[in-house]
Design a protein. Structure first.
Length: 465
């Protein structure tokens, strides 16, 4: 006799939707949107990474059959949960969203905000006339580096240089430089440059203090109408101190041994190398006027050069800096070594965006042929760094939608490497905030100013989402 057939096993009922939730998920739990910006329904608010909500309900259980790898043909039913209902903060109604787009933990800030802007470094060229004028100007105002010593002949030998037509043509177009050349040609006629001096300084030079002081110095120090140039150096220093105080000059006029020796030679070009060659009594006051006037003109010419160079760098940024993206920052300097552009992100994020992150100089390569930036300040070839966030579109959706830059206060800085701290240089920086308005900053860095330049701080508020 044949054995009776076994009864077909009864099918298990489908699981409840709550049973299909991933581990840790439950009704009422806090969840976060971790997918790209998306609008999950017609007319529904846009969801962005990091949006927080509360899971309120589960969607329908989906069923499908798959062939099981068994000795006998058999279909296995599989159940899944793909949608849940979530009420996100700031939204009126709950939404049906894909379960796979949710997580129990808030995504990292790199997934919520755009913390990786575009960083670029490129060579830029100053206009040739500007580069040539800057080089000529730097040659015009140079003082001697010779030092006063008891053993060296005083004054030192004079090296005459004729004012050739080429030299006159190359000198910058500056009233201060013209006055310097005029004063060197007529050292006893400081009045020829009075129109360029501070009015208070003119009053001092023509006042009774200098007249009485020079007479007193002559009466006390001169022997039979003659004295040594070196012996009146302390008196000249006192005159400069009085001039600074009377005219409230900033920066103050200062002098050291080498500058003083240079001014003596420029005042009396016929001096020999022997100490017996001494100034006449009547030249003491004109010499003091010459020193004060020359130092003032040279200091103002240096300030003019700084201002002119800063203007050139600002104009260079206006031409060469990126024109797309918000916010965006660009910087350039005429330092022989690259500065680093830094953007400190809003507080709490503890991160700085550095231009050197993707632009490192490979100067320590094994073959010794490191990549160095093509900086040639004298030739006008400079380096420009930029940090740019792509412009944020609050309506953009999908995987290619740009994330929003983090809102808050941004701080723009320049880092000065040790190799750039030996000499003064000029810098300029352009900052374009969320409003699209460009702001330009420039200054001259001098040794001792520190290794960080605080440029500007601005607030970034994203467009209304």
């Amino acid at each position: 006799a044949m054995a009776p057939k076994k009864k077909k096993e009864e099918e298990a009922p489908p699981p409840s939707p709550e049973e299909l939730l991933p581990a840790g998920f439950s009704l009422g739990c806090e969840v976060y949107w971790v997918s790209f910006p998306e609008r999950v329904g017609e007319g529904t608010p846009l969801l962005r990474p990091g949006c927080r909500g509360r899971l309120l309900a589960c969607g329908a259980v989906l069923e499908r059959e798959e062939d099981a790898m068994l000795p006998e043909p058999s279909n296995v039913k599989l159940y899944s949960l793909e949608e849940v209902e979530v009420h996100f903060e700031g939204q009126e109604a709950q939404q049906k969203v894909p379960l796979q787009s949710l997580a129990l933990n808030c995504p990292s800030e790199d997934d919520i905000w755009n913390l990786r802007p575009a960083i670029a470094r490129k060579p830029v060229q100053l206009p040739r006339p500007a580069a040539a004028a800057a080089a000529a100007a730097s040659e015009t105002v140079k003082t001697s580096t010779l030092k006063l010593t008891q053993s060296s002949p005083w004054p030192p030998p004079v090296r005459r240089m004729a004012a050739s037509p080429e030299r006159r043509k190359a000198r910058p177009d500056s009233p201060f430089v013209d006055a310097i050349f005029t004063l060197e040609s007529h050292p006893c006629r400081a009045d020829k440059a009075e129109h360029l001096l501070d009015p208070a300084l003119v009053t001092f030079l023509n006042g009774t203090y200098l007249q009485d002081s020079s007479l007193s110095e002559g009466n006390s120090s001169f022997h039979q109408g003659w004295t040594d140039w070196r012996s009146i150096f302390p008196w000249v220093q006192e005159v400069l101190k009085a001039a600074n105080e009377h005219a409230q000059l900033s920066p103050e006029l200062v002098i050291d041994d080498s500058v003083y020796s240079s001014l003596v030679r420029r005042f009396d070009k016929n001096m020999g190398r022997f100490i017996s060659q001494c100034p006449a009594v009547e030249n003491i006051r004109p010499f003091a006027r010459f020193v004060v006037t020359m130092l003032y003109l040279e200091s103002r010419e240096i300030l003019r050069q700084h201002s002119e160079r800063e203007t050139q760098l600002r104009e260079l940024l206006e031409r060469e800096a990126p024109v797309e993206g918000l916010p965006r920052v660009a910087a350039v300097s005429d330092s022989e070594h690259c500065l680093e552009l830094l953007v400190c992100l809003p507080s709490g994020r503890l991160r700085e965006i550095m231009s050197g992150q993707t632009c490192k100089e490979a100067v320590d390569s094994d073959d010794g042929a490191g990549i160095r930036p093509p900086v040639d300040a004298d030739g006008g070839m400079l380096q420009m760094d930029s940090i740019v966030w792509p412009e944020f579109d609050p309506q953009a959706i999908g995987p290619d939608a740009a994330l929003c830059p983090p809102p808050g206060e941004y701080k723009v800085r320049l880092s000065v490497p040790p190799s750039s701290r030996a000499a003064a240089f000029h810098w300029a920086c352009q900052v374009v905030g969320a409003d699209g308005q460009s702001q330009l900053f420039s200054a001259t860095w001098c040794p001792g100013d520190g290794d960080k330049i605080e440029v500007f701080a601005f607030e970034y508020a994203p467009p209304v989402i």
